[in-house]
Design a protein around this ligand. Structure first.
Ligand SMILES: Cc1cc2nc3c(=O)[nH]c(=O)nc-3n(C[C@H](O)[C@H](O)[C@H](O)COP(=O)(O)OP(=O)(O)OC[C@H]3O[C@@H](n4cnc5c(N)ncnc54)[C@H](O)[C@@H]3O)c2cc1C
Length: 326
């Protein structure tokens, strides 16, 4: 009997898995909670652009269309690209939209038997003959649930999805003691563009965090309100913001995405010299990634709060402008 593969999520990873498993002769079924392909790119802030240069964010067998000339396409272009990929490889028919996976469990060998295995699946075969995965999926419109038995499950539900990451605040120190409105960036991104614009217009906004979404939102606030209602950015960890992805005319990624970078990471079985080199060079591994958090966000959307040298003005009190290296 044909083995059944389930994929959870139809963002980039889910699409790739559908295509790959199909190329191996399977007929995958992909469960997608939303009504659309594209994952995070279906719900982004209006001004969000790709922060990875286009050539590094490209399917190897499906180049960007010629009509996209920008090095950092905007969110609409990214979404179009992903959807064309799905259409081109006829993946849409494998996707069950508006279908949320509620739970997955394994039915087969007993726990004792599984614990006795030294090889994955008992025999190192991913598609075991011994057990099945039971996938419970819910139609998000009718709320009816259905159960599927499959041989293999690939989880592609993303890291930056629908569940806001909100810290636990001590009693009387959380949003409840603030008189204004508190929302998470996930909720801001889910709003339609006009509602999002109306929400921030004329307001004094504080953005907590210092990565991609925080920078995009700060830019939108700044563009909407200028210096009249300055936007504050509050953060715990500083990141380097370079205003240019090609400082000194050199593409930054070429500086670290090369064979030399292999020397910066520890590897199994490494000798003394390689180990020493990796220890000394390891801090450089994190360095190149830091600027990308917001490099392009700064360069595509100039506004009053961004200093030409790439520093962001940080206000400790309304109207009290201090320039801080960020
Ligand atoms: C604002 C923003 C900008 C980004 N920019 C870049 C960039 O420039 N370069 C880069 O490399 N990366 C970037 N990323 C990272 C981005 O997450 C990845 O590039 C990529 O889109 C992730 O794809 P994914 O398929 O793994 O996950 P997602 O796109 O998150 O897709 C997961 C899918 O799974 C579905 N799902 C979740 N739970 C369930 C469930 N229980 N049942 C059914 N379906 C479910 C979701 O609805 C969603 O469609 C960015 C992310 C964000 C949020």
């Amino acid at each position: 009997m044909e083995k059944q593969i389930a994929v959870v999520g139809a963002g980039i990873s889910g699409l790739l898995d559908c295509k790959y498993t199909r190329s191996k002769g399977f007929n995958p079924i992909a469960f997608e909670a939303r009504n659309n392909i594209g994952g995070v790119w279906t719900n982004t802030i209006e001004t969000t652009k790709l922060q990875t240069p286009k050539p590094g964010y490209q399917f190897s067998d499906f180049p960007w269309p010629d009509s996209v000339t920008q090095l950092f396409p905007n969110q609409v272009q990214v979404l179009d690209y992903l959807q064309s990929y799905a259409r081109h490889f006829d993946l849409v028919k494998h996707i069950k939209f508006n279908t949320k996976v509620l739970g997955i469990r394994y039915e087969g060998p007993s726990d004792e038997e599984i614990w006795s295995w030294s090889l994955w699946g008992g025999n190192c075969e991913p598609l075991s003959t011994k057990g099945k995965w039971i996938v419970e999926a819910q139609d998000t419109k009718s709320l009816s649930t259905e159960v599927y038995q499959v041989d293999f499950v690939i989880l592609c539900f993303g890291r930056f999805g629908d569940i806001p990451n909100i810290p636990e605040f001590p009693p009387d120190k959380g949003p409840e003691v603030f008189n204004g409105k508190v929302i998470h960036s996930v909720d801001y991104a889910s709003m339609d563009n006009e509602s999002a614009r109306n929400l921030i217009k004329g307001k004094r906004v504080s953005v907590v965090g210092f990565q991609k979404s925080a920078m995009d939102i700060a830019m939108e606030c700044s563009a909407a309100n200028g210096i009249e209602h300055p936007c504050r950015v509050l953060y715990r960890t500083e990141h380097w913001n370079l205003p240019d992805n090609t400082p000194w005319g050199l593409p930054l990624s070429y500086l670290y995405l090369n064979r030399f970078a292999e020397l910066m990471v520890h590897k199994p079985g490494e000798g003394f010299l390689l180990g020493l080199l990796a220890t000394i060079l390891a801090p450089l591994v994190t360095f190149p990634f830091i600027p990308f958090e917001s490099t392009e966000m700064l360069s595509y959307n100039s506004h009053q709060e961004v200093h030409p040298n790439g520093l962001i003005k940080q206000y400790s009190n309304p109207g009290d402008g201090q320039c801080r290296n960020s």
